[in-house]
Design a protein around this ligand. Structure first.
Ligand code: CTP
Length: 399
């Protein structure tokens, strides 16, 4: 009875995998959870409310009010009743509505007003799953702090074989149990994360920048928040969004702005993870007007920016943990070790440009962690989310 005393709201949307929701309800109830079910109209075509009401021992909710007696089904009350809102199966349509706040049914309205964490198990055909619009919606939902139970690969209802099948009810139940039993190991810790590139202006319309997407730093911020930390995310310009009440985002453009925000925040933090790709140099003078084209060479003098990690390292207190990143093209280990010393880091996350699928812009990364005693751990090629988990687990060991 691992879910005794837990209130779980299950949202069921209209896909063939809806039939598996009956098994999911049974498994959750068997573990001791109180389950209420909210369905979309289409979901009722795939599985009957009677089946779900019988298994959950609660009436099923579909509409904003009961047409028989006018009783109001309050999405606000439902949201505040639940300890976890599980949406399984989640169709592309519903995820699109959730990602864009299209509140045209009780299920999505409840999602928008729910204060509890949300777990989403996508299910659809393989081509729908892979469509960039759908992948973007999933990314958006992740950035809101929602937990995604990834779809599985296999035979789909269409007869095609590929990724899109809803995770099995047993797997979802396991994730729910894990969610409630996981220790929030970073509760009451405040952690600074720098992320993304910096832009060093040349004139009003041009800058020196780099290819950093910020994905790694944002994944780290989300993982820290999942572990209960309060996160200050100092971010250079990226296309990423974050909407998590535990993460405060400070937007910056230049290395100097990132430096100022970081030195201000670090004294109140227990740790800092420096994942930003900070420009080492900036133009020494800023042209006030747009530089015009001529046939002459144009020389731009560059002056060094402050090394933010090294500055934090100088003031680091004994109990504070400072983590750096290194992206090296040659002499990787030797260079990484030098950076640990120069910046007074507890450990450094090394990603090599020599590894396929690692580095800027990719969704995957392959890292090694080298600590200040010289110990090295090599990790496999993983999604940036999994890499973030590995890095955060190493941080937890330092407290
Ligand atoms: N870093 C920083 N401020 C800078 C430059 C780097 O905080 N001005 C941080 C990065 O966020 C990273 C680590 O220092 O965590 C190493 O960054 P990297 O660019 O690899 O190192 P540099 O010290 O700039 O060395 P080099 O570019 O010569 O390899």
């Amino acid at each position: 009875m691992k879910l005794k005393g837990k209130n779980i709201l299950l949202g069921i949307t209209g896909g063939i995998a809806a039939y598996k929701a009956a098994i999911l309800v049974r498994l959750l109830v068997k573990e001791g959870a109180q389950v209420k079910v909210v369905m979309t109209k289409l979901a009722k075509e795939f599985i009957t409310p009677l089946t779900l009401a019988t298994l959950s021992k609660n009436p099923i909710l579909v509409d904003f009010f009961d047409p028989e007696n006018g009783q109001w089904n309050s999405h606000v009350d439902l949201g505040s009743w639940s300890d976890l809102y599980v949406i399984a199966p989640a169709t592309a349509n519903t995820m699109g509505k959730m990602a864009n706040a299209i509140a045209d049914n009780l299920l999505v309205t409840t999602y928008l007003s729910a204060k509890c964490p949300v777990m989403i198990a996508p299910a659809m055909d393989l081509d729908m799953f892979q469509h960039p619009a759908n992948l973007k919606n999933i990314e958006t939902l992740k950035s809101y702090g929602n937990i995604i139970v990834d779809a599985e690969s296999g035979e789909l209802a269409s007869g095609l074989i590929g990724k899109g099948r809803m995770a099995e009810p047993e797997v979802i139940t396991e994730r729910v149990i894990e969610f409630f039993t996981q220790k929030k190991k970073l509760k009451s810790k405040k952690i600074l994360v720098t992320a993304g590139p910096t832009y060093e202006p040349i004139d009003p319309v041009r800058f020196i920048g780099n290819y950093s997407s910020g994905k790694m730093g944002y994944a780290i911020a989300e993982e820290l928040a999942l572990q209960g930390a309060e996160v200050i995310l100092v971010s250079g310009p990226t296309n990423l969004q974050i909407n998590n009440s535990q993460i405060t985002k400070i937007d910056v453009h230049t290395a100097q702005e990132m430096y100022e925000a970081s030195v201000k925040e670090f004294p109140n933090c227990n740790a800092a993870i420096m994942s930003a790709a900070v420009a080492d140099y900036r133009p020494s003078e800023l042209f006030e007007k747009k530089v015009k084209r001529t046939n002459e060479d144009l020389k731009i003098n560059l002056e060094p920016n402050k090394d933010i990690a090294a500055e934090l390292g100088k003031d680091k207190k004994e109990k504070q943990v400072l983590i750096g990143f290194a992206l090296e093209t040659d002499n990787e280990i030797e260079n990484a070790k030098k950076k640990i010393d120069n910046k007074n880091l507890n450990f450094i996350v090394l990603n090599s440009l020599n590894d396929k699928g690692a580095g800027f812009g990719c969704d995957t990364n392959k890292i090694s962690i080298i600590d200040n005693k010289g110990d090295k751990i090599d990790f496999d090629l993983k999604s940036k989310q999994e890499v973030a988990e590995d890095i955060v687990n190493e941080l937890i060991k330092r407290f």
